[in-house]
Design a protein around this ligand. Sequence first.
Ligand code: HSE
Length: 338
Amino acid sequence: MGMGNRRVTVKVPASTANLGPGFDSLGMALSLYAWIEMSEAGSGETSFQLFGDGMDQLPKDKSNLLYKVAQMVFKEAGANVPELNIAMYSEIPLARGLGSSASAIIGALVAANALIGSPLSKDKLFQMATAMEGHPDNVAASLFGGIVVSAWDGEAAQVARIEPPEALRTLVAIPAFHLLTEKARHALPSEVSMADAVFNVGRSSLLVAALAGGELALIRHAMKDKLHQPYRAALIPGMAEILERAADFGALGVALSGAGPTLIAFVDAASSEKGELERFLQATLQKEGIASECQWLAPALSGAEVTAETVSPSSGDKSGAFGLSPALLERIKGEVNA
Ligand code: HSE
C-alpha cells in the first residue's frame, strides 16, 4: 500500500460506564489517556513496545489484542498489512473499571484505519468495537468523547453524544486490586423485577436530562441504581457505605465505575469539600483493608484523536505527537526505524 514510512499516533481517553443507573448504556470519557502508535513494518517482523500498568503481562506476538484488532480493520477494508510496529503507552489502570480494554480496542481500530487512509467510517469502527466488547458504553465514550448514551441489540449500536456540563469534575478512588468485568457480570441476576426496571428507567432518564441541561442538583436523585450495583457491592468492600454517604461529603452523586472496582464521584468544580470527599473515600476503603489511589479527572471532551506523520529513517525519529513521554520515544526510536 506504500505506507512504509507512515506512522500514526492515536490518543484515546479512558472512560467510566453506567454512571449508576445507565447499565450498558451511559458512558463518559475521562482525562486519563492511552497512546497507540502504529506503522507498517514492511519486510521486517511485527514488534511491540508496551508501557504502562500491567502491560508487561500482555503478549508481544500476533496474539496481542492490538495486533488482532488492527488485522480485523485491514480485513474489513480489503487491505494487506501483515507486519506492524506497535507501541502503546497507557496511564489507564488495567481491570479497574476505567475502560482500559475499550481504550485499547478503539486506539487500535482508529490507528489501523488511519494507517491505510481511513477507508472505514467512524460508525463502522464503533460497530466493530461494540461487538468486540459486548456493550457499547465504554467504546462509545473513548471514540466520541464527552457523555454518551448508547444502545445495542446485538447487531447494531446507536449513540447520541452530550456535551458534559462545564462545572462537572470527577473524583475516582481506584482500589489496589483488579476485578475482571467478566467476574463482575457473573454476579448479576439473569432477571430483575418490573419495579427495579422502572426504578432504573426513571433514574437513567433523569440523569441524561440533568446532564444535558446542566442541572447538577438533580444528579443526586438520578445517580441511583437497582440493576447492577447492589449485586456487585459484595465484590468491593466499602462500596455500599460510599454509595450511601458520599453525598454528605459534597459529592453530587456517586457510582461504581463500569464493572468496578473503581468508585467515581461526580463533583461540582466549585465545591469547597474536595479534600473531605477524598479523605472519606480513602478512609472507607482503608477501613476494609483496601488501599486505594484517588485521582481528580475531568470529562474528556474529545474522543480518540489521530495524527499521521511521515517517518524518515535517515533523519531519525524526532516526532512527539501528543507529547508522548521522552522515555517512550527513546525506546520506540530503535524499534520503529529498525
Ligand atoms: N457496562 C459494563 C458493565 C461496563 O457494567 O459490566 C464494563 O466496563
